[in-house]
Every structure is written in C-alpha cells, then in structure tokens.
Design a protein around this ligand. Sequence first.
Ligand code: PEP
Ligand code: MG
Length: 585
Amino acid sequence: MKRLTGIKASPGVAIGRAFILDRGLQPVEKKTIPEARLGREIKRFLSAIEKAQKEIEAIRARLETDKAKELSTILDTHIMLLQDEALKDDVIKIIREQKVNAAWAVSEHVGRFNEMLASLSGEYLSSRAADLNDIQSRLLENLGISAGVSRIDEAPEGSIVVARDITPSEAAQIDTSRIVGVVTELGSRTSHSAILARTHEIPAVVGTVGVLQSVKQGTRMIVDGLDGMVVISPTSKHIAEYEKKESAYEYYVTELLSAADLPAETRDGFRIAIEANIESPHDIRTALEHGAAGIGLYRTEYLLMEQKHIPSEDEHYLAYKSVAQQIAPRSATIRTIDIGGEKLFDAVKMPSQRNPALGLRAIRLCFARPEMLKDQIKGILRAGVHGNLKIMFPMISGIEELKKGKAVIDECKKELKKARVPFNDEMEVGIMIEIPSAAMTADLLASECDFFSIGTNDLIQYSLAIDRANEEVAYLYDPLHPAVLRAVKMIVDAAHAHKVRVGVCGEMAAEPLYVLMLLGLGVDELSMNPVAIPAAKKIVRSSQLSEALEIARKALYFGTSDEVEQYIYRVMSKRYPQEIASLVF
Ligand code: PEP
Ligand code: MG
C-alpha cells in the first residue's frame, strides 16, 4: 500500500483499477524531402488538418450540449487553432524552406510555440499549451506517426484513468459508465482535467507527482477527491474504510440536493438570496437543479465565445429572452460585456496594452465601442418583457461612468420607443463594485442605482495590486485581507443607508468557509457557481444570525488575514466538516 497526495480537483471517492493513458508518441524523425515532392508534402499536411477538424467536430457532436459546455468550448478553441492561418503558414514555410517532412515541421512549430509559452507564465497560457499539444498529437497521428498505445475510449469498466495530463479531446470522450475517477501528474484546480472531472462529476486528484511510476496497468487504487489523496494497492481494511467514506459522501450529496430548493434562511428566520453565476443560457438547468433563487451574474462576454463574433441586437435579445423565460418567476442580472484584461476573445480585436487589467476593459471598452454596447442594452431591454431582467455594468470606477452608462440606456429606450419595439421601461440598473474607487464612493454610487454586486475577484486584484492571472503573485491573492473585509463592510453600509441591496458574485461567495462571515457583514445576496449552492444553503439554514454577526465582528477585528483565516477555519470546520472538506473551488 502506498499513499500519494495531490490537489483535490473534483470531490468524491472512487475505488477501481488503474488505466494508464499512454499516448506513446514515437519521436518524430526529420526527413529531407526533394524539391519536386514538397507540394505533395504540403497537401498531406493540409489534409491532416482537415481530417483533424472533422474528428474534433465528430467528438463535439457527441457531447451532451448542456452538460459539457466547457468541453465543447475547448474543442471549439481547437477547431479555431486548426483554422488559424498563422499555424498553416508557419508549418508550410518550414516545409518549403527547410525541405522537410510535414510531421517534423508540425513538431518544430509546436516546439517553438511551447518555448515561447515556457518563458511566460499563467494558467491561461498553460491551457493554450495543452490545447496545442493536443492538436499536435492529432495531426501527427493523421500524418502516420503512431499514436496512443492505450486510448481513453478503451478503458474497461471501473477504470481510474492515470495520466500525465488529460487532453481536452480525451476529456470529451470520458464515459462515466466505465471511468470512475481521474488521477493526473500535472494540472491545477482550473486545468482542463480538473474541469472535465467536475463536469462529469467523478472524483479527481491532479498534480499527483510520481503516480505514473507507482502504478501498473490494472493496479487496484483509490482516488479520494475530498482530501486530495491517492491510495495505491490498498489493503482490504483500506478498501472497507474508503467504501464507507464513499457512501457517506454520496449520502451527503443526495441530502444536500434534496434540500436545495429550500430558502437560504437562518434558524432564526433571517433570509438571504443564494443565486447562480452563469455563462450561457444552457447553465440555467443546472442552476435550477441546485436550488438557485435567481441568476446573480450572467457573464455575457461568453456569448462572444459561443458565437465567435460580436452579437447583433437580435442575438443578444434571443439569449436573454431564453434566460428570462427559463428562470421565471425568479430574476436574472445580465452583466454587460466584460472583455479585456485576461479575458480575450477572438471576436473583438484588442489593441496590445502594456497593462491590460488596468487598460481598456469592460465598461471602458464598451464606451469606446458604443454600437456594441447599444446593441446589447437594446437586447436586454427587449428581452425584459419576457421576465424579470436587470442590467448590471462591470468595472464602474465612479459616478461619471455610472451616469454615462445610464445615459446610454436612456438613448436605447428612446430609439426603441421611436421604432415602436416593445421593451421593459422599468428595468433595474445596478453596478459591480470591483474597483477601490467605487468602494470608496459607494455612498455616491448608491444614490444613482438600484443594486450593487461586489466582484471580489477584481476587488481583491485591484485593492491588493495582485494580477489575478499571475501565478508568481498568487500567494498574495488574499480574500481575507483586512482591506478587503473592510471594503465589503463599507460598501454594505453605504448601500444600506440608501436602501440599495448588495450581493457578492466573486469566487469568495462560493467558498463555504466565508458564507457566514459575508452574511454577518450584511450582504443580502450571494451569487456563485451553481454546484456550490447546496452547501452554502445548508450552512445558512443550520446557523443563527447572531453567530454570523459574531464571526463578522471578529473577522473585522483581526489585523492580519492569517488570524482571520485560522479563526474562521476553526469555527467553520468544527460546525460544518463535510461542507468544508468537499470544497474544491
Ligand atoms: C469579479 O470580479 O468578482 C467578478 C465576478 O467578475 P469576473 O470574475 O467576471 O471579472
Ligand atoms: Mg470582475
């Protein structure tokens, strides 16, 4: 028996046998191609691209669209990469200039790209590298270089997939009737393999150094996604122990889900709203299944990714109409497009910026492209006749921007009226508070809008001067920093003095450890990844308002985030051990 620790990436416990995913790519040989046959070699390369594209489209067509949206988005990225003229031009140039075989030119191109990525850092870039390597394997296979020795679609029933990492197209082929768990050597909580495991709801541990050396094909093993633990060749005593843990977790999930529709109300009758963050109308089903009281944040920039172009007014309208109808009678908050910063989409060409997070992003970018913003606002206003929708502006830095945004809404209303198009004239308008200047002027902003939603992801980034996508400074990214807690308190107090409701929609809201503290700080709504909702509700429903107030009071009192964290962890893990243990976000 041997235990290895890794990063918990998807909760649950699975007992099964190792299925080692060995792609076994042969090293690519460099061959000189005579001048007269270079044209043929280029044709081989182009048909390998075409075949790869068809293969990916076929995998994508097999996905259940609503469940595997993220995977399907990843596969779309692969298709886009394959269609990229720069890839084609570069590989063809290598074939022509160096008079070499297509397979070698492909690996040369990917090698150069990987070298460039290695000199940079960040999870987004490592995902790009994973995407490109996935495409490389597919192209090489299509060029006759022997591929996988064992493939994911050959995994027998009860398999725990063990791999260095899992490529997105392998991810898309996971069959949960045969694969019960995933263990990888590489990866982080936000890597493709972790996302896929959560999508398929199978336990996973990633970043498990040494696992490939420790197992053979068929070795019995256990994945404990609750504690980030992998047990290799367990004894029957360990198996019995983990079987118990597995059924306790299953019972816990069933119990949580069965109570998901109950209101988020403390034992002494204090109620908050727990809502869902979504990225597509497809996510509403999951949001409702997990008991969302509404949609607190629709990140509409993902429409640009789904549609690969800037949506027209009608496309906006149809997406929001679908959201309004599905979520009715509850409400949905539609946030206007937030691109720029680390969120880049091919549909909108962005100038290169020295400090993108501090540059043309979100509402600033929308003001620079008024037609894009107006089409979206008209789409929201029109869809508002089909249900309860609200408009929310991201990255508002002060009162002028809020007034400017409201003026655009008025202009859109005038134009719709003139064109005799029906729309909702009474729609609530709110803003995200995610820039320190907005937090400091929350009282002024509160007198000009209907609601606030605190975007802690950015509020932390901008308050602490920590690039949220930079791994080098990730250790300083600290939701419990006294500056952040004081900012939340200040925003809530200013808002309540103007009878404005305040939500939190950053990742901080999804963290079970912080639920009572946020409630005690006076937050009226929490909006989070839908799967995090049942645990948050359970915590609220088992507590008293006075406990939450006490936690918030103490949290504000401590001078360092370490003290806050130790205190909160001590209180919460004693009261809610299961909720805290199943935390993976
Ligand atoms: C936030 O900043 O907390 C937020 C919810 O917005 P996003 O993560 O989309 O920037
Ligand atoms: Mg934000």
